[in-house]
Ligand binder design. Structure first.
Ligand SMILES: [Fe+2]
Ligand SMILES: [Fe+2]
Length: 330
């Protein structure tokens, strides 16, 4: 029994109102799907990072784009045996469920350290949405009979800011690639459209999460006095190094026989994710181009005055600029 409760960790947080499953109106859900991907502030001027206006509009965006879908009423389409086998075999389910579990805890742990009520509420809602992702995934694995490894209970982080930075930047990396892989799965037709539709709100929600994170980071760093700002930038650099090391480390252990089961899952997916969801061979450059395209499409509906995560898209564009002429020469 999962007893996680954001309200217990972040005093004052109230979960968004949700009607009983029978009261949910399909037209209202369709309107929410549209609302969740389009948002513009009614304020006419610039949104300067660090200002109260920037903070207020960032948090308003997060509240007003909330999608009230309920995991309990999601449709799990029946799958042909080959489709089901392909989904069950994807080496991601343990890691996905555990990642959502860690994200909800770390976001709530950092939210409760904030005094500013607007940002505290937005981050607590983000934690609540991670909890909902975990619920969606748990229902999916149950519906398709996917066996999960026993889940370790993550402890409350000793350094909530560090843990939040690690989670936030991890989401920036993982979401960028997930957007492309998800589209690849849709285009290949190897996953039924109904299943793609069921997961679509989760995917767009990750886009909102990293939009919130980029604006939290911009707001937070702009308000820090010089010395604390230096310390913060050093921490951000350390987080990127840590994440790069973690990912390179995982890639290096491919083929190693003494690998922990959870590492094995992550490794395989890093290298074979695209092949698992595509009908034909997909090159790294094509995958990168698709990720960039999808990243731009998912962010296009949000006010351009809000900050976007930029590091991973810039790195991907750079790699693409290097890879394309090389491929042409070959
Ligand atoms: Fe999530
Ligand atoms: Fe998220």
């Amino acid at each position: 029994m999962d007893t996680f409760d954001v309200g217990q960790l972040v005093p004052g947080f109230r979960p968004p109102p949700q009607g009983a499953p029978a009261e949910i109106d399909p037209a209202a859900l369709a309107a929410a799907q549209t609302r969740t991907r389009h948002w513009r502030s009614s304020f006419p001027g610039p949104l300067i990072p660090g200002t109260d206006r920037h903070r207020a509009e960032t948090c308003r965006m997060f509240r007003e784009t909330f999608n009230p879908y309920r995991p309990a009423v999601l449709d799990w389409p029946s799958l042909a045996p080959a489709e089901r086998a392909r989904i069950v075999a994807l080496p991601i389910w343990d890691i996905a469920v555990q990642t959502e579990g860690k994200a909800r805890l770390r976001m709530a742990a950092y939210a409760r350290t904030l005094c500013e009520p607007d940002m505290r509420g937005a981050l607590a809602l983000n934690a609540w949405e991670e909890q909902r992702h975990k619920d969606v995934l748990s229902r999916m694995v149950a519906a398709y009979g996917i066996a999960l490894a026993p889940e370790p209970t993550p402890a409350l982080p000793a350094d909530p800011e560090w843990a939040y930075l690690v989670t936030g930047y991890s989401e920036c990396i993982d979401s960028f690639f997930a957007f492309g892989l998800f589209e690849l799965a849709r285009r290949s037709g190897l996953f039924p459209q109904a299943l793609v539709d069921t997961f679509e709100p989760v995917m767009q929600e990750e886009c909102r999460h990293i939009l919130l994170f980029a604006n939290w980071a911009g707001w937070h760093r702009a308000r820090l006095p010089f010395w604390r700002r230096l310390r913060f930038e050093a921490r951000v650099a350390a987080v990127w190094l840590y994440l790069a090391w973690e990912r390179i480390g995982l890639a290096h252990t491919v083929g190693a026989e003494r690998m922990a089961p959870e590492q094995e899952q992550d490794n395989n997916f890093t290298l074979h994710g695209a092949q698992s969801v595509a009908s034909t061979e997909v090159g790294m450059a094509d995958l990168m181009a698709l990720c960039l395209e999808e990243n731009a499409r998912r962010f296009a509906g949000y006010d351009e005055r809000l900050l976007r995560p930029t590091t991973v898209p810039r790195l991907a564009s750079l790699l693409l600029r290097i890879a394309r002429p090389l491929r042409g020469r070959r």
